[in-house]
Design a protein around this ligand. Structure first.
Ligand code: 4AD
Ligand code: MG
Length: 450
């Protein structure tokens, strides 16, 4: 309601309203009091003024931060003050008083402290802004793909395949022994690490599709950019090559930037003010410029020149890039988003299409400053024989993925896709540095609160 009021202020001067919400602050001076009320509809709340003539004035003065109240009052325009309008209360009813253990007080709390209390954390400014931004960004993603005719596919969370072949799966079981034959699904079941393999059949049906859902990885890396449960958007496009793939990624990211600037302006202004002074300028600039493209081989040359400054100084063709290397490329060499392409086949997943050189694959990672890898994608190996040989060379069992191979002989064609880390995109947009602060209930190693 507060949002509606603010949008229609000129027509509402003098109108009676009833508002429900939560108290941000309650300041009392001698002859009147001020409550900053938040009703969840907009980032900035509304000022409620109350006077000694009001019933229960003494009780209202005692209302604590965090309490739920109902305010009946009059909208009054206040053009000469900081806020363009306020509510002059005639009645304030206490619906639920926050007691003295309420964990949020007026002072700034550390993110570490707030992570311990996920049940009240959304009411703290940074999170209040973040979780709405999260919702708005989800809408941006859907709108982008739906407007372009992509079909949204729900790939399973429980699966029998480790799509990335990295062995970082959580097992799903009802047993304590490891007798999978007697288990619920009578086989080894796991939480999905990626919807890609399951979405490819749909791309070979609808042409353009996307998944958008949670994925799970048991990576035991305790970093600020890895979560055990995170959301991923995985589009897949038939008849598209690697270059088409990068075009979609670039368009999608620019679209998302413009969308959140338009649909979450107060939240973005907050992040600019409190988290990262450059965040709005930076993403506006990104939305207005072309993303660079660079091969892995070129990146290795750049890294060799700067080898001294890395913790890992041993730079050679064929190595997997560490995050310090990725960040150097996008922060120092390019100073903006950059696609790295054509990685050595030995450090990438089995399904990526082998290039003519026999050494590299048609992969693209999008690296962005401050976050590092934001997107991972590739053109897929559509040649049955090449894919089969690759899987054998990698020592993979063919039988569990025979269906995936078979797609290559049931009307297979050139196709490409990618995975965007939704949580990392939020970090990139807001400047928030830790993935634990963009997720409502973060799951990381040795950390499962509620
Ligand atoms: O590069 P990844 O592993 O690619 C895939 O899973 C492919 N199957 C995608 C595809 O082609 N359909 O993951 C994609 C993105 C990464 O670039 C990163 O942004 C994010 O997912 N990501 C994580 N985000 C948070 N926590 C983690 N542990 C993540 N692992 C990957
Ligand atoms: Mg990757």
């Amino acid at each position: 309601l507060i949002k509606k009021i603010k949008e229609n202020l000129q027509d509402l001067d003098g109108q009676e309203v009833v508002l429900q919400g939560w108290v941000r602050t309650n300041r009392k001076s001698k002859n009147l009091g001020f409550i900053e009320l938040n009703d969840g509809s907009s980032f900035n709340g509304m000022q409620v003024v109350y006077f000694p003539e009001m019933d229960d004035y003494e009780e209202v003065k005692k209302i604590t931060t965090g309490s739920a109240i109902e305010v009946t009052g009059k909208i009054v325009l206040t053009p000469e003050s900081k806020q363009p309008a306020e509510i002059q209360a005639s009645k304030i009813e206490i619906l639920g008083m926050a007691d003295h253990e309420y964990p949020l007080q007026k002072k700034r709390h550390s993110f570490e402290y707030l992570r311990e209390i996920p049940h009240v954390r959304p009411r703290a400014n940074t999170y209040y802004a973040m979780f709405r931004l999260r919702s708005v960004l989800a809408m941006a993603i859907h709108t982008f793909f739906q407007d372009r005719g992509y079909v949204y596919v729900h790939t399973p969370e429980i699966t029998g395949n480790d799509a990335e072949g990295a062995g970082e799966c959580f097992t799903v079981t009802t047993r304590t022994d490891q007798d999978w034959e007697k288990d619920f699904f009578a086989k080894h079941a796991q939480l999905t690490v990626s919807g890609q393999l399951h979405v490819e059949p749909f791309a070979l049906t609808y042409r353009n599709v996307y998944t958008f859902g949670p994925t799970f990885r048991a990576e035991n890396s305790n970093t600020t950019r890895h979560a055990s449960e995170f959301w991923m958007i995985e589009p897949e496009m038939a008849f598209a090559d690697l270059s088409d793939n990068m075009d979609v990624i670039e368009d999608m990211i620019k679209y998302c930037i413009n969308y959140v600037l338009e649909h979450a302006p107060e939240e973005m202004e907050f992040f600019e003010k409190v988290i990262d002074k450059e965040c709005i300028n930076r993403i506006k600039h990104v939305a207005g410029s072309d993303f660079k493209r660079m091969t892995y081989t070129e990146a290795i040359e750049e890294l060799k020149k700067a080898a001294d400054q890395f913790e890992n100084k041993d730079i050679f063709w064929g190595m997997d890039l560490q995050s310090e290397h990725e960040r150097y490329i996008c922060e120092k060499v390019v100073q903006g988003p950059v696609f790295l392409t054509d990685y050595p086949k030995d450090i990438k997943a089995f399904y990526m299409r082998e290039n003519e050189d026999g050494k590299t694959v048609a992969a693209c990672d999008l690296l962005v400053p401050y976050v590092g890898e934001l997107v991972g994608g590739s053109q897929r190996e559509e040649r049955y024989d090449v894919l089969e040989q690759k899987m054998k060379d990698m020592g993979m069992e063919l039988e569990p993925l025979q269906w995936y191979l078979d797609l290559r002989r049931f009307g297979g064609c050139k196709h490409s896709g990618f995975g965007l880390g939704f949580d990392r995109m939020l970090m990139y947009l807001s400047g928030v540095q830790n993935i634990r602060d963009v997720q409502p209930y973060p799951r990381t190693p040795r950390n499962l609160i509620f």
